[in-house]
Write a protein that binds this ligand. Structure first.
Ligand SMILES: [Ca+2]
Length: 112
């Protein structure tokens, strides 16, 4: 009799299952960059802002699922600095840490 109760209790726990969800905001340090002049900076930030509005952020989701018993979902959302750093990496073509007006203009003419 006691064995049946224990089996039913264990089955009840297993059938109820368990679900956990978590969202992790992952922000990285912003790349240090300088601009040749105000025009280069303005062009870079205008393009970054325009591309940001058109682009959906990249998210990664990890799901661990053991049928019936356990389900865990973890979503990692990149912070705004990741997008800035990516834009700097594209724009600063010669990687000298300085965005010239010509580089900013080239970046502005790239298709997002
Ligand atoms: Ca450069």
């Amino acid at each position: 009799m006691n064995e049946k109760i224990i089996i039913l209790a264990v089955s009840g726990i297993l059938l109820c299952g368990c679900t956990t969800k978590s969202i992790v905001y992952q922000n990285v340090e912003r790349t240090r960059i300088e601009f040749e002049n105000d025009a280069a900076a303005r062009l870079f930030y205008e393009t970054l802002s325009k591309n940001s509005a058109n682009q959906k952020t990249t998210e990664s989701t990890t799901t661990v699922h053991i049928p019936i018993i356990y389900k865990s979902e973890r979503k990692v959302v990149p912070g705004p600095n990741a997008e800035f750093n990516e834009a700097v990496a594209i724009c600063d073509a010669n990687k000298d840490g300085r965005i010239t007006e010509a580089e900013a203009r080239t970046y502005a003419n790239l298709k997002p």
